[in-house]
Design a binder for this molecule. Sequence first.
Ligand code: FAD
Ligand code: NAD
Ligand code: NAD
Length: 503
Amino acid sequence: SHTIKETINAKKTRKLVKIPSLSESIPDKIQYLLIGGGTASFSAFRAIKSADPTARVLVISAEGYLPHMRPPLSKELWYGDDTEMAKSLNFHQWNGTSRSLFYEPEPFYTPVEELTTAKNGGISLARGWKVESINVSQKKVKLNDGKEISYDKCLIATGSIPKTLKLYDDASEELKNKFSVFRSINDFEDLWEQLGHIKSIAIIGGGFLGSELAASLANKGKKNGVKIYQIFKEKGNMGKVLPNYLSQWTTEKVRNEGVEVVTETEVKNCSLDNDKQQVNLVLSNGKNISVDHVIMAVGAKPNTELAADAGLEIDSKLDGYLVNSELQARTDLYIAGDCACFYDKQLGRRRVEHHDHAVISGRLAGENMAGAAKPYQHQPMFWSDIGPSVGYEAIGIVDSSLITMGVFAKGNHKDPSLANETDQNTSTNKKEINEELVSKNNESISENDYNKGVVFYLKNDVIVGIVLWNLFNRMSIARQVLKSDRCYKDLNEVAKLFNIHGD
Ligand code: FAD
Ligand code: NAD
Ligand code: NAD
């Protein structure tokens, strides 16, 4: 729960920056109130300002930092050799240019004291402050020190919170000190510092965060001899997203980065070693490993703590605040980003925990708050980079339990013929087909290098999701294919649209 996460952060003895230090200087009444200082909120205030240039926007953020993006925290920031650069939270993008984690520098924001009187309005940030409750009928919120703020329009963009393991929740304080979660700048800074003096880390989880971080830390750790283990239940990295053969292939790449990947395994128990320096993890595969530190990368939970008191509905299946196509939970109350469970006219009810969705839904919420009444219809993409040789982008519903069909460029051959992989996990004869596929895929793993290609995800023969595997600048084509909502007879033909052999 979020209280656990707060305890983890508090333990790291970093003092939360609180600006302004007293809530008296925060306006009592504001036109646009945004709860959360993440990407969805940033995208919303941009959209509000462009629709309504003299808007007065107040952002309340529980984080002590200016609004920033999270993706480089598990990737780019670990690859530079320049410690000063990482400390200043600058990173090199894939195209070589350098960029800051922060969306806007400090002077961009109007000091909160001036927001009500500034001639052209502005965007102010109260950071280190938390909204404790919302009164939806009176249209006001209460801060953690009791201060009340009335709003005309409000956005909840509170993101998500890392989950923790039960064995962690039940552990002693001493043992808990050896564990962490990873989501924020503080978490990045703590881990960076730790890497300087520890010799081994176990990452639990095989999803986005665990896989990206394992590859990044192994790369960084090579220089100081830090051993990285990654332990998870699935058969391979990103096993819930990628078809099995591709997940296996990716796992080999992660191993090549120097990570000891332990698949199909759970952590059953943990304890401090005799000298209390290391954590001993008891694994379901019968083995034990001892490490200096453990990172839990076991998923995130949407932050909906404001719901109960405000009487807002949470989706019983997908979690997150239930909103309509215009991203409204109630009149004048909008939700965007990780914590929104929204209606996608094409693909149905969804909740998406990725950067571009935060950008797109934040923008739509901002536009609608400023008077537009647009439905959600632009599909967001997401991307992930796992070490230097695996990068992909995706759109729609990408779930490895669906039927998938992948088309790849053959190895490094000059011959432009394509290799073709079908993964048909139909529920009727799942076992049989799976077995047949495992052997077929195992064969193809040795003979085929899945360097680049495209994977289609199908529901009732219609493409509902697409992964572009080490293939960039094709997202608009993928978006078109997804939008057409058609049953294609020959997916090889569709694959040709992506010009897989081109650059
Ligand atoms: P967040 O960014 O979580 O922001 C929520 C904000 O709300 C926080 O500032 C929080 O402190 C604040 N808040 C919460 N409750 C309150 C309250 N009551 N009062 C005031 N403030 C509050 N996605 C990709 O597509 N590609 C990637 O490569 C990628 N890499 C990632 C790497 C890492 C390490 C992480 C953690 C995530 C990554 N993601 C990536 C996911 C992406 O960052 C998230 O989907 C995105 O941050 C969601 O934005 P958000 O604004 O909804 O929430
Ligand atoms: P995830 O859902 O992608 O992966 C969770 C992993 O933890 C899975 O391997 C799962 O099997 C495992 N797990 C779940 N419960 C467990 C348990 N009780 N015991 C052991 N293992 C368990 O989530 P994540 O990788 O932790 O990522 C955290 C958040 O950050 C997510 O919202 C994610 O979307 C986001 N993120 C996204 C990106 C990206 O889009 N490239 C990168 C990093 C993080
Ligand atoms: P894009 O410009 O279409 O960006 C999509 C969205 O993601 C935008 O909202 C953008 O602001 C955001 N975004 C892109 N990169 C980001 C980052 N590193 N951190 C935070 N936000 C980011 O897509 P793009 O920039 O062409 O590429 C998206 C991803 O694809 C990048 O992470 C990059 O690593 C990868 N990529 C790799 C190569 C390659 O040759 N290896 C080429 C192109 C893109």
